[in-house]
Design a protein around this ligand. Sequence first.
Ligand code: 6GU
Length: 235
Amino acid sequence: MTGFVADVLTLYPEMFPGSLGHSLAGRALAEGVWSLRTTQIRDFALDKHRHVDDTPAGGGPGMVMRADVLARAVDAVCPADDLRPRLVMTPRGRPLSQARVRDLAAGPGVVILCGRFEGVDERVISRRGLEEVSIGDYVLSGGEVAATVVLDAIVRLLPGVMGNDQSGLTESFETGLLEHAQYTKPPVFEGEDIPPVLLSGDHAKVDAWRKRNAEETTASRRPDLWLAHQAAKKT
Ligand code: 6GU
């Protein structure tokens, strides 16, 4: 078994493995469940000053990563017969979903290009078949943290990385509700009790409380998920 192989193309390879070197992902990395290679994009620059970016065509602020440099980097890491999905992290991308994470985790690995500056030349996206992915509606200074998020979400699903006890939580996020609130010791914290039903020993009542709490939390925080959940129940 070769395991899941991740390649990250970045101007900041020292940002990896970062948090992925710790906790569950770090142990799995050390055990060879997955592997991580980083590639310095600047090594594929074409000029003696090793430029990777230039001014945007049409004018405007910032800098755009060059198609020719990025294509050389992608081709070096990922030949045409490499079947791994190729992602480019950008706030313009399709939002990452748990369903997409599950599909990626079921595959041979992933190649992730980390965008910087104002973006990457559109032609390398189309010509190298890159899938633009965003991790949410806010702007990061670059794709490296976003790539770390994608890999964290994938690695926790790889066989042997986590107990099966968390799979329900993962599944629930794909189609269902947010998780219910949790409590543990002490029974009273700064005058606030644990909801008594949770200490009653009545499993049916506990389940009913949790279901209601999950529904109320989802409806108030995530009307989008709540509508989808209700629509799914009707079919
Ligand atoms: Cl993938 N990259 C950057 N730079 N910002 C983001 C993002 C990605 N996803 C959300 N914001």
